[in-house]
Design a binder for this molecule. Structure first.
Ligand code: NAD
Ligand code: UDP
Length: 336
């Protein structure tokens, strides 16, 4: 299939391009390079020994998107493009709603106009809010604590309504849990700008000596050891989950949790990282982070049953590959 990948130069998008190319699909990437670099796509080509088409453009630009649909016979779209920093979304709600919602609407209406029915959307476990674990697709969603999370909940609703009106649409709403790690080669991975918000990139920067110690946000949660529990998923497993969703989609809207199904605490992750990589991660317990929940992990049975997909790589592999990428990573300039 010819697959249009928005945000394909980003962290999850670039790994998914690798999996798509390896599975024999053709890839057309659009990305405005707001949070990524062209070099990443060169590495995707190098890794797969395959070519892809790239357009530097904004996913909210309706005329430009239309032109891409005219230039190519597109069979499906994976929509990654968007802003993703939770804290920043509280400070810049309008930018987040503008980028994340308008891109979803522009893309969906372009699909409608051009008769492209397969759409895979990057949602997030954050839409569950502070629900009872494990999170399952049939749960009622609870309010999230920030505009980023709300933009995902609203995007899901927009796509669901679009599919009610156009019964040819086959839409997958993929709720990612906590993507971590990097391609096994260490050539592509996660390279956040500035101080990382997320645990794994913070840990790898501590291991590298770029940061002095990890701040552990609270050890008084009702969890196995008091620290926050999350469902970490290797980014290559996540990438393969997109290919499975795309290839197995049927008409209507289908929601899938993409996670490992296992909860890992902050302390457990630190220990797994130390063991996998033979390094020490100094840490300090500090106050809870505002808006954090105690535990988030997935019920993953639906994706396994309907897509024949499940995560294969364990927490040690995630830690090893995250560190392998960070060790080799030389900072690149982000084109703004
Ligand atoms: P990322 O920032 O690495 O990738 C997003 C890409 O989209 C970047 O290359 C950026 O330049 C591009 N982009 C942003 N706005 C754009 C626009 N208007 N037009 C064109 N390109 C645009 O982020 P990621 O971690 O790869 O996340 C991909 C998607 O998955 C996002 O929608 C994110 O919200 C969602 N998601 C991510 C996580 C996570 O923990 N990383 C978890 C759940 C959901
Ligand atoms: N966390 C932490 N220190 C950090 C970053 C995160 O203790 O510097 C904790 C956080 O409180 C949560 C877990 O690690 O329990 C995962 O946080 P992350 O931001 O990676 O994911 P999210 O909370 O968005 O699921």
């Amino acid at each position: 299939m010819n697959i249009l990948v928005t945000g394909g130069a980003g962290y999850i998008g670039s790994h998914t391009c690798v999996s798509l190319l390896e599975a024999g699909h053709s890839v057309i990437v659009i990305d405005n390079l707001n949070n990524s670099n062209l070099e990443t796509l060169e590495k995707v080509k190098q890794l797969t020994n395959k070519d892809l088409t790239f357009y530097q453009m904004d996913a909210t630009n309706e005329a430009a998107i239309d032109q891409v649909f005219l230039n190519h016979k597109i069979d499906g779209v994976i929509h990654f493009a968007g802003y993703k920093a939770v804290g920043e979304s509280v400070k810049k709600p309008l930018e987040y709603y503008q980028n994340n919602l308008v891109s979803t609407m522009v893309l969906t209406s372009a699909c409608q106009r051009h008769g492209v029915n397969r759409i895979v959307f990057s949602s997030s476990a954050t839409v569950y809010g502070d629900n009872q674990v494990p999170f399952i697709e049939t749960m009622n969603l609870l309010p999230t604590t920030n505009p980023y999370g709300e933009s995902k909940t609203i995007s899901e609703r927009i796509l669901t309504d679009a599919a009610k009106a156009n019964t040819n649409f086959s839409i997958a709403l993929l709720r990612y849990f906590n993507p971590v790690g990097a391609h096994e080669s260490g050539l592509i991975g996660e390279a956040p700008n500035g101080i990382p918000n997320n645990l794994m990139p913070y840990v790898t920067q501590v291991a590298k000596g770029k940061r002095e110690k990890l701040n552990v946000f609270g050890n008084d949660y009702p969890t196995v050891d008091g620290t926050g529990v999350r469902d970490y998923i290797h980014v290559m497993d996540l990438a393969e989950g997109h290919v499975a969703a795309l290839e197995n989609l049927t008409e209507g809207v289908h929601i899938y949790n993409l996670g490992s199904g296992k909860g890992t605490s902050v302390f457990e992750l630190i220990h797994a990282f130390e063991e996998a990589n033979g390094v020490t991660i100094p840490y300090e317990i500090v106050d809870r982070r505002l808006g954090d929940i105690a535990a988030s992990y997935a019920d993953v049975s639906k994706a396994k049953l309907e897509l024949g997909w499940e995560a294969k790589r364990d927490i040690k592999a995630m830690c090893r590959d995250a560190w392998n990428f960070e060790k080799n990573y030389v900072e690149m300039t982000i084109a703004k």
